[in-house]
Design a protein around this ligand. Structure first.
Ligand code: MOS
Length: 737
């Protein structure tokens, strides 16, 4: 049995099914649930980066009218500790200060304003120690991390002999590139509403992972995961900082228990610089060796990034170098330096975003050293198989991306000479870079219910962090069920629903669509079996393969008169609904294929020669990312990624006081992200790509690839415009004067 053509909705540019709720305020975010007897939690944060709390005076705070509790390490309940899931959290168990911004207390009051005011009255005296803040001054302490990088790969990996390859090269590029700390700034800050019902905990949380949050909170509180229910129906952006449950989440639960009332705890914008992760600073050395005709004889990518003193986070900057270009000699390594700051975390394309700045800048430098066009240089080193694993690609359309992008952009009209292109007084630069991101997938489950009224409800835990999960899964479900999209409701965001992975690593579309597709197919098949076995059905004793499902009816392919609606079948069987559950998980494909998305970024910049001001004026991005589930939301994801990359290239830079470890530009007035005036029209094109190996629908995931290569394309365009190679992000005007 198949669904008919009229039913094909996967891929269509549908408007968001939750769009109306969002623009009318009907979409409820974590801090917006009306709960009876609500109270408000405000955290107190450490003003120093290292040392101990010598004294904490809460008397004045406790006397503020409406204050219900001031919780510090002196009176906090014992937490049972952690077994290692996610990042380590601090929940007021001792007086030790590990970083500036660490939560050292929670004030709970009957109004937010009273809690804020009381928090400001808490007096803290510290025994301060001199912190280690600056990674660059402590490179001698760099060490080999204990952990792995994604896909369970070791931090160091080599094949061939890079030193020999470099020695044999006719041309070499050996340079150091650096990227600063950057902070996530989702529109919605971190927020948790904690409600105890007896010994059961309900948490409305702004999270990219309801199930990982459930596990983490249970672990920290020392209760069974079944006693913790996480709900997260709408999330106002995550970008990685909501990919793990940070300290404030269990703290909200602890506070709610203490005051025996629900507690809402929202972090202010300023509070999001420190205790909830950031993209770590990196220093990256790239060495490229090539023959005169541009074949890479050696590629080395060595990255060092910061981590905290109490936890390990590796920014896997060398991951792309392992697979992007063919070379007999490739070596990648990762080192960490511990500093007295919070633990860094995933930020949109962790590893690939900062790593591609270095690698793709170095490739541009090599193209100039060889006098070969940058696209041509990449084609001469095109990897026909994964060079590190020796595996074939499940699919790869990078050649088509270069070609299509180059044509749309007009790349062949480029004069490679720096400072050769002008528009009046302005210097014009054209730059390009390769984009790439892995395709991840994890086990996921879904339940599909066909109702007596001919509608359907499909549920799968999961999250919609603004990417469009509700919309694309409605499309996948409708197509599998043989129903129009307006008859299907897709629900997510509750740990009572079937299990799914964290929405990180761009894996939600691939993982959840596999389960939703399977559950929808099973429900439809089971319903058809009821009809085929039923003498009263016009379809009785037909063969399943002769039946088409469309618009909520089954038809015989060759005899359209013989048909029956879903409602009629359920009614005759006296069923209120028919339910099917599916568990989908990856198989052996990852052992047989190397699975990645690819793309090409083409950028035009305009530089004011006297002031060094850089504007991005034109963009073409072309991508091969498997099957597109929704042309409109997919386009938005790519634009979002590229805009994020423009911020990375030109603006974003978290500045930390080197003596006290405090972030000094901790708000949107001082931490600059692109606004509309900074963003040109961005043209995004998808190469039609079928991937039969990767997962049932051939979906690769598109949340992160858009940022990869973006900063390098801009840096390369800036070099083309000005003749100045900036290897230190962001490219601010002082670096061009
Ligand atoms: Mo994404 S940075 O993997 O949440």
């Amino acid at each position: 049995m198949n669904t008919g053509d009229k039913n094909i909705v996967v891929g269509k540019p549908l408007n968001r099914v939750d769009g109306r709720l969002k623009v009318t305020g009907g979409a409820r975010y974590a801090a917006e649930f009306p709960v009876a007897k609500m109270t408000y939690g405000v955290t107190i944060q450490s003003a120093i980066a290292k040392g101990k709390i010598a004294q904490i005076d809460t008397k004045a705070a406790e006397q503020v009218p409406g204050v219900l509790a001031v919780i510090t390490h002196l009176n906090a309940p014992k937490a049972s500790g952690e077994k290692g899931g996610g990042h380590k959290v601090q929940v007021l168990q001792d007086n030790v200060i590990l970083y500036s911004g660490q939560h050292i207390g929670v004030v709970v009051a009957d109004t937010f304003e009273r809690a804020m005011y009381a928090a400001s009255l808490v007096q803290v005296r510290y025994d301060e120690e001199k912190p280690t803040i600056n990674m660059r001054e402590n490179l001698a302490k760099a060490y080999l991390p204990k952990g792995k990088i994604p896909r369970d790969e070791p931090p160091d990996l080599a094949h061939g002999n890079v030193n020999q390859g470099l020695a044999a090269a006719a041309v070499r590029v050996e340079q150091t590139y650096t990227t600063p700390v950057e902070n996530h700034n989702p529109m919605e800050p971190h927020a948790t509403t904690a409600v105890w019902q007896g010994d059961e905990l309900l948490l409305y949380d702004a999270t990219q992972g309801i199930f990982s949050t459930q596990k983490k909170v249970a672990e920290v509180l020392g209760i069974e995961p079944e006693k913790v229910r996480i709900m997260s129906y709408f999330v106002g952006g995550g970008f990685g900082c909501k990919g793990s449950a940070w300290s404030h989440v269990p703290l909200a639960a602890i506070a709610a228990k203490q005051v025996n009332r629900p507690v809402k705890l929202v972090l202010g914008r300023i509070q999001m610089y420190g205790p909830v992760g950031f993209r770590p600073e990196t220093i990256q050395q790239v060495s490229l060796g090539a023959t005169r005709d541009g074949k890479l004889t050696a590629l080395r990518h060595a990255g060092t990034s910061q981590t905290s003193t109490f936890d390990e986070f590796i920014e896997p900057v060398g991951k792309s170098a392992r697979m992007l270009y063919a070379s007999p000699n490739i070596e990648t390594s990762h080192r960490l330096v511990k500093v007295d700051q919070g633990t860094p975390t995933y930020m949109r394309a962790p590893g690939e975003a900062s790593g591609s700045f270095a690698l793709e800048s170095a490739m541009d430098e090599l193209a100039y050293a060889l006098n070969i066009d940058p696209v041509e240089l990449r084609l001469r080193n095109y990897a026909e198989v994964d060079p590190s694993k020796g595996l074939p690609w499940s699919s790869k359309s990078l050649r088509e991306c270069y070609k299509l992008g180059g044509e749309k952009f007009g790349w062949q009209k480029r004069n490679p000479q720096p400072r050769s292109m002008r528009d009046g007084n302005y210097l014009i630069g054209w730059g390009m870079a390769t984009a790439t991101y892995p395709t991840y997938r994890s086990p996921a489950s879904a339940i599909a219910q066909i109702m007596a009224d001919g509608t359907a409800v499909v549920r799968s835990g999961s999250q919609d962090i603004g990417t469009g999960t509700y919309t694309v899964m409605t499309q996948v479900a409708a197509e599998a069920l043989g129903l129009p999209v307006n008859k299907v409701r897709f629900e997510l965001g509750d740990t009572k629903m079937p299990q799914t992975p964290v929405s990180g690593g761009s894996q939600t579309a691939a993982s959840v669509s596999s389960a939703v597709h399977l559950a929808g197919n099973q429900a439809r098949s089971q319903l058809l079996q009821l009809a085929l076995a039923d003498q009263k059905s016009p379809l009785y004793s037909s063969k399943a393969e002769d039946v088409i499902a469309e618009n909520g009816s089954f038809f015989l392919k060759n005899k359209s008169s013989a048909s029956e609606t879903y409602q009629a079948i359920l009614a005759r069987h006296g069923m209120k609904m028919l339910e099917a559950r599916a568990d989908a998980k990856p198989g052996e494909e990852e052992k047989k294929f190397s699975m990645h998305s690819f793309g090409a970024q083409f950028a035009e910049v305009r530089v004011e020669p006297d002031l060094g001001e850089v504007r991005v004026t034109r963009w073409v991005g072309t991508f091969g990312v498997g099957r597109i589930l929704n042309a409109k939301t997919a386009n938005s994801q790519m634009i979002g990624g590229i805009v994020y990359g423009i911020g990375m290239a030109l603006m974003e830079h978290t500045l930390t006081d080197p003596n006290r470890g405090r972030v000094v530009n901790h708000d949107l007035a001082e931490y600059h992200v692109p606004v509309n005036a900074d963003v040109p029209d961005i043209e995004v094109l998808f190469v039609d790509e079928q991937d039969p190996h990767i997962n049932p629908l051939g979906v690769k995931g598109i949340g992160e690839i858009g940022i990869t290569g973006t900063a390098a394309a801009i840096a390369n365009a800036v070099y083309h415009a000005t003749g100045k190679r900036v290897r230190d992000l962001p490219i601010t005007l002082d670096k061009l004067l």
